[in-house]
Design a protein around this ligand. Structure first.
Ligand code: HEM
Length: 173
């Protein structure tokens, strides 16, 4: 189904303003994830205080590019392939997807309404994100050329101008 990009953008803007803003949303994500799915916790080396900024920044990029598949797809392919470095498995994606939808719903229900249309839009968006990331992580070699064309190495890390993969992550707007 086509994404309701306007609704995604509008509700993400609300998420930034409401209920303690993006920090509260991001921290809730990790709190709930580790409570409900404790088996994934050992995969994370960085504390939630650091991790949530990267996740929320990625979400902001995804929402901003939701109607620009020429940018969004390579970004998500690289992100999916980088997750191989973090030992992420296919089975983990349903937990993260369930968790992300649940915290968005809870966050946006505090000061305003979480509508059926928002539920449908975010469900579809998260399913798409997960599908595209998993497609790439299940067959990284098929994406090497696309990644190179967008400045990423075969491991999904950004190539710096000196030609070396960065240990850090891509800059996100
Ligand atoms: C909705 C799908 C997901 C998104 C948007 C997402 C986003 C991110 C982002 C932006 C980072 C920062 C590093 C980077 O950019 O490479 C990251 C790191 C990480 N993600 Fe994900 N992720 C997703 C799914 C998952 C899943 C399913 C797992 C498995 C439990 C996972 C586990 C991790 C781990 C372990 C790290 C590294 C953390 C660390 O170094 O402490 N992610 N993720």
């Amino acid at each position: 189904m086509a994404l309701n990009v306007a609704l995604l953008k509008d509700s993400f803007e609300r998420a930034k303003r409401e209920n303690g803003g993006i920090t509260s949303l991001g921290m809730s994500f990790y709190k709930r994830l580790f409570e409900k799915y404790p088996s994934v916790k050992p995969l994370f080396s960085k504390p939630p205080e650091v991790q949530h900024k990267m996740l929320m920044s990625a979400l902001a990029t995804i929402v901003a590019q939701a109607d620009q598949s020429d940018k969004l797809l390579p970004y998500l392919h690289a992100l999916g392939i980088r997750h191989l470095l973090y030992k992420t498995e296919n089975a983990h994606y349903s937990a993260v997807a369930e968790n992300l939808l649940a915290v968005l719903r809870e966050h946006l229900s505090k000061e305003g309404e979480w509508t059926d249309a928002m539920q449908d839009s975010w469900t579809a968006a998260i399913a798409l994100i997960v599908k595209v990331m998993m497609e790439a992580s299940n067959n990284p070699a098929a994406f090497t050329e696309e990644l190179a064309n967008h400045g990423y190495g075969p491991d999904g890390l950004l190539i710096q101008k000196c030609g070396v993969s960065t240990n850090g992550r891509p800059e996100v707007s």
